[in-house]
Design a protein around this ligand. Structure first.
Ligand SMILES: *Cc1c(COP(=O)(O)O)cnc(C)c1O
Length: 407
């Protein structure tokens, strides 16, 4: 099936007994069995069944199967939020004393998580330039994973995933990619060599801002070496499913970061229009970037789809001629930035992205409020920087709103 067909028809394939085409919402905390023997078998893993919704649930499983299929993974675990997914993806394979290498322009919550992990003996080094030479200089004998975002925000730095995967695999470690900003419609990191993909499903996959959620998807391709990843002793029997089995039986269940069946359902409905929304949003984003680039009130319009952007070539190659839905620009001062945001009538001033509505935010005073000046500079956050996540409105209305606000 092609992508848009798969969005509608590519899920678990179980036919509902009443002919419902949307997955039913199984709003149950647990599931009963007639015979004690049956429940014993399910607990032992000898027969398949649902036990308790902290571990698995039919509605949640449906979105897991659909998301794994969209990203070309062998399985997925749907989590309570994107941050839960990022935490689980990393903590599942790390132990005290281990080291990570990450991009320097990460999502604010992920950066904050990496600082939290220091209390558990896990340290992180950040790529500034992103060259192989720099990468190799950061690798230690305790480096256990590399974590990057397909497009870092608000820097909008685009990584060449195929290249990164090559460097990372030579060191015997996995590449974990946060693909939230681009979505599997534009790009599947697993096809280019990424081992694990995470998403905040809150963003593009949901699309309408109706539910917080996240997902961890495994390619099943990485060979976990027992010397570096000692848990393989216990989970190796699951073969290529060892990473997912460890997560579901371990931290996912034990920390309890399951998501609600209702949120799984809302995400399922959301992803059906992912292709249509991304087409339209990318088109609008490119047009808005070009409009802003011509406007004298703004400078440093940052969008990978502009010909003068340093990531134009890699974005074009990787995302098939589309460039995502986010752009940033600068206006000279925080005061001006606030004035522009306050004058917009249609565009919402809101801390979200990948929504059907065009959203705007002043990152420095909001998401990055707690960062030091040095951290902000490293992450490309300036006091006059404005970030826009472009929606599906008619472009004429978007451009009219920006014109009057900038005037
Ligand atoms: C929003 C976001 C997250 C966190 O997701 P939540 O659902 O808000 O917890 C992680 N990574 C990226 C790139 C994001 O944009």
């Amino acid at each position: 099936m092609k992508f848009n067909t798969k969005l509608l028809h590519g899920y678990s394939g179980k036919k509902d007994c009443y002919g419902a085409t949307q997955v039913p919402i199984y709003q149950n905390s647990s599931f009963s069995y007639d015979m004690a023997e049956d429940l014993e078998k399910v607990f032992e893993g000898k027969s398949f069944g649902y036990l308790y919704s902290r571990i698995s649930n039919p509605t949640v499983q449906d979105i897991e199967i659909r998301l794994a299929s969209l990203e070309n993974g062998i399985g997925a675990i749907f989590c309570s939020s994107g941050m839960a997914a990022v935490s689980m993806a990393l903590m599942n394979i790390l132990q005290s004393g281990d080291h990570l290498i990450c991009g320097s322009g990460l999502f604010g919550g992920t950066y904050s998580l990496l600082q939290d992990l220091e209390a558990f003996g896990i340290t992180t080094s950040y790529l500034q330039k992103g060259t192989e030479e720099e990468f190799l200089s950061l690798v230690t004998d305790r480096t256990r994973a590399v974590f990057i975002e397909t497009i870092e925000n608000p820097k909008l730095k685009v990584y060449d995933i195929q290249l990164m995967a090559k460097w990372v695999h030579k060191q015997g470690i996995p590449l974990i990619v946060d693909n939230t900003l681009i979505s599997p419609y534009l790009f599947c990191p697993i096809e280019e060599g990424a081992d694990i993909v995470v998403h905040s499903t809150t963003k593009h996959l949901n699309g309408s801002g109706t539910a917080i959620g996240g997902v961890v998807i495994d390619s099943g391709n990485f060979t976990w070496d027992e010397k570096c990843y000692p848990w393989v002793k216990y989970f190796g029997k699951f073969g290529k499913f060892s990473y997912l089995a460890k997560l579901r039986k371990g931290l996912f269940k034990d920390i309890g970061v399951c998501n609600a069946p209702m949120n799984a359902y809302l995400t399922s409905v959301g992803i059906e229009t992912l292709g249509l929304r991304m087409e339209r949003e990318c088109e609008n984003a490119l047009a808005l970037a070009r409009f802003l680039d011509e406007n004298d009130a703004v400078y440093d319009v940052n969008y990978p789809g502009l010909l003068n952007n340093s990531f134009y070539e890699v974005a074009k190659k990787q995302f098939g001629g589309k460039f995502g839905t986010m752009l940033t620009f600068r206006v000279g001062s925080k005061e001006k930035a606030f004035r522009i945001i306050n004058r917009l009538k249609l565009v919402f001033n809101q801390a979200n992205l990948g929504d059907v509505r065009t959203l705007i935010i002043h990152p420095e005073s909001t998401i990055y409020q707690d960062c030091t000046e040095e951290e902000k500079r490293r992450m490309g956050v300036y006091e006059d920087l404005i970030r826009v996540s472009v929606g599906i409105e008619d472009f004429e209305d978007i451009v009219l709103d920006f014109s009057q606000a900038l005037a």
